[in-house]
Design a protein around this ligand. Structure first.
Ligand SMILES: [Zn+2]
Length: 417
């Protein structure tokens, strides 16, 4: 017989904070953060430390062929699929101490709290450290969880090279983390990932917990504006077809498309180039990228129509041709409603102020959600700053997230009586 999760269990905030600060000593950055890129010697040291901590907590660590690490706490019935929680220990070259790390260490702290309280669960529990979430050394990001979820083949991942031509496979071997368990999905009862928000909303609204309901849809474009190269000094306005001023109008239209959508608006022009690139030649060609995102495909499609309509208007008023090429589309992800409900309930039971939130970024949980029920917990980080050594989450913020993680894990793992 099993009971529902006991309410109001709390993790040990100091122990959880100390785990963060100990891990941060490995692969320090130059400005107080971390440079612990995937499959480097520092990544190996971080993994070794995590393994020692897990073994000291009585867990059994296995490593799969992608270097994904799973630390297992037995349940009462080990034929049941595990409840899994985790994230990643690798960082950006100028990374922080919390991005990913909190998701792994909070799961470890949740298990240590279960140990302290003598809590036994029906389902086994596993803590996971996914390989190469950041994608800074070997692209694309979220590689370990992608192979696990079948979104990328092991062969493709293995043959990926870094800037020096080293492959993922040889880097895995070099640090001793190419395990022999196949990196393929197996039954998982539920997966939870805590992550810093990497955005401003929770902090602005004074909320401790973001109940992540999904990940927004994204669309990427390449836009090309075509005018006429003319002499800068001799060509009057009436004779110009200036590709750059036409592109600038279109950029402002895209900004309006964003602004009209309030807090849900997202459109970014990250790359912008004018040709031929001479101070005294009116540009005949401008190329730029557009990254548009929205919580729903319908609204993203509406943004697409508005963008193309704006291009027509700019063409009509300037005579500059505009080509729009869509280069990437990613469907929105909706997390499992039972997992999301467990996070919401965990926050309410612990008395932590919460709001629903969509993730603006991709995470390992997105890959896992292809093969198992999954959800995420966001915690606020200072000024929404991440992928930056100044990244900071307070001890209280981290502990609040871990409380909610613990509650959600127990809800699914079922406390044994
Ligand atoms: Zn991350």
């Amino acid at each position: 017989m099993s009971a529902s999760a006991p309410r109001n269990l709390r993790v040990d905030p100091k122990r959880l904070w100390d785990l963060h600060m100990e891990m941060a000593k490995i692969g320090p950055g130059v400005a107080g953060g971390n440079n612990r890129q995937t499959l480097t010697d520092d990544d190996r040291l971080g993994r070794d430390l995590f393994r020692r901590w897990c073994e000291a907590a009585g867990l059994t660590v296995t490593v799969d062929r992608m270097g994904n690490m799973f630390a297992r706490r037995p349940g009462r019935d080990n034929s049941l699929p595990p409840v899994m929680a985790g994230s990643h220990l690798d960082t950006q070259p100028t990374g922080g101490r919390f991005d990913g790390v909190t998701g792994v260490l909070a799961a470890l702290e949740a298990v240590q709290t279960m140990n302290d309280l003598g809590v036994e669960t029906e389902h086994p529990i596993e803590i996971v450290n996914w390989t190469n979430e950041e994608g800074s050394r070997f692209g694309p990001p979220m590689m370990g969880s992608a192979v696990f979820a079948g979104a990328m083949s092991e062969a493709t991942a293995y043959s990926t090279t870094d800037g020096d031509g080293e492959t993922v496979e040889s880097a895995l071997t070099a640090i001793g983390y190419q395990g022999d368990v196949p990196a393929t999905a197996r039954p998982i009862h539920a997966f939870f990932e805590i992550h810093i928000e990497q955005g401003p909303f929770l902090e602005e609204e004074g909320k401790a917990i973001g109940v992540v309901t999904g990940v927004q849809a994204m669309r990427w474009y390449k836009a090309r504006v075509l005018g006429e190269a003319r002499h800068a000094g001799t060509t009057p306005p009436s004779a110009r077809k200036d590709a750059l001023t036409a592109a600038a109008r279109l950029v402002l239209e895209i900004d309006h498309i964003t602004q009209r959508r309030g807090q849900d608006g997202r459109a970014t022009i990250g790359c912008f180039e004018a040709f031929p690139g001479s101070p005294n030649v009116c540009p005949d060609r401008v190329e730029f990228t557009v990254d548009m995102r929205n919580p729903t495909t319908d609204e993203l499609n509406a943004m697409d129509r508005e963008f193309r309509g704006a291009a027509e208007r700019v063409y009509a008023s300037t005579g500059c041709g505009i080509e729009i090429e869509e280069t990437w589309f990613s469907e929105p992800v909706v997390f499992n409603s039972d997992c999301v409900a467990a996070v919401r309930k965990g926050a309410a039971d612990a008395g932590h102020a919460a709001r629903d939130i969509m993730s603006g970024a991709g995470h390992d949980a997105v890959n896992v959600s292809r093969v198992a029920p999954a959800a995420m917990i966001f915690i606020p980080c200072k000024d929404g700053i991440s992928h930056n050594e100044a990244e900071y989450a307070s001890p209280e913020a981290v502990a609040a997230g871990a409380d909610v993680l613990l509650a959600a894990m127990l809800e699914f793992a079922k406390v044994a009586e």
